[in-house]
Design a protein around this ligand. Structure first.
Ligand SMILES: [Zn+2]
Length: 276
């Protein structure tokens, strides 16, 4: 038996702020976790390199003892410091990464991939219904985030099939996750149209996708994504399966760990890294 390299992919939600402790606040968790990752002798690499390795274009040696960081939903808390109405000013995920890099505490530059909801209309409505209606879910920051080299912007579907939207791209209005995205028309909006909008802002089509809430459907994984790749232009998709990525994983259901569910403390993160 030879050793099989595995790479953990960590996921944070910058809107998860219900206090100012590690367990209550994904910003504080990320800041702490960057230190833990470095102390345990791991380094952060861009998610695109995890996919390069998975698809065979970079070697095991280049990605030994690495981890990738992802952010879901793409609210302004990813990029801008914002004054949270209950919990005060929150350092953005972007600025936490930048602070870490500028301190020069590690030999590498930390990096994160932000999976954004594509539809501007969906984000505008969710801003009113899930946040506090301050227009904190726009895409004005995407270009600067990518240009910084610290953050990539990738795709978290057209509308997240979000329960708080009046209408979603699912033929029977079955909301909640991607298990009911089972037709070409629905999938083509959630993937191809979503990618087109992101490209209209950034200039390039996104190549990585994260399923809202984690699960997907057989149609998406076995039909739409493998058969229409020239149309949607994605090369991998991520679930929330709570494992590290290994070479044998299906490229359309790569696993990720979720902060607050799969680990809740620096010690639990260390456990994930040490078992990778
Ligand atoms: Zn999400």
């Amino acid at each position: 038996m030879s050793f099989q390299l595995k790479i953990p992919v960590l996921t944070y939600h910058s809107m998860n702020i219900s206090g100012n402790t590690y367990a209550e606040n994904d910003h504080l968790a990320l800041a702490s976790d960057l230190e833990t990752i470095s102390e345990v002798g791991f380094r952060v690499i861009p998610l695109s390199q995890v996919v390069d390795w998975h698809q065979g274009s970079i070697s095991d040696e280049e990605v030994a003892r690495t981890v990738a960081i992802t952010l879901d939903d793409g609210s302004w808390f990813d990029y801008y410091d914002l004054d949270h109405p209950s919990w005060g000013v929150q350092r953005s995920m972007f600025n936490i990464l930048r602070d870490f890099n500028e301190r020069g505490a590690s030999t590498y530059k930390s990096h994160a991939t932000s999976f954004v909801i594509s539809s501007p209309q969906a984000r505008a409505l969710l801003d009113k219904r899930c946040m506090i209606g301050k227009d904190w879910w726009g895409d004005q920051w995407w270009v600067d985030a990518v240009a910084s080299g610290i953050m990539d912007v990738e795709c978290h579907s057209w509308d997240h099939v979000h329960p708080d939207l009046d209408e979603v791209a699912q033929q029977d209005q079955l909301k909640g996750d991607f298990t009911q995205v089972k037709t070409f028309n629905d999938a083509d909006v959630q993937f191809a149209k979503a990618g087109e909008y992101i490209a209209s802002v950034l200039g390039n089509r996104p190549s990585l996708f994260a399923y809202p809430y984690g699960p997907s459907s057989d149609y998406v994984v076995n039909e739409y994504l493998p058969k229409y790749q020239s149309r949607h232009q994605f090369r991998a998709a991520f679930s929330a399966e709570s494992r590290s990525v290994s070479k044998t994983d299906n490229r359309w259901t790569l696993p990720r760990f979720i902060c607050g569910y799969d680990w809740r403390s620096p010690e639990e993160l260390e456990g994930i890294l040490r078992s990778a």
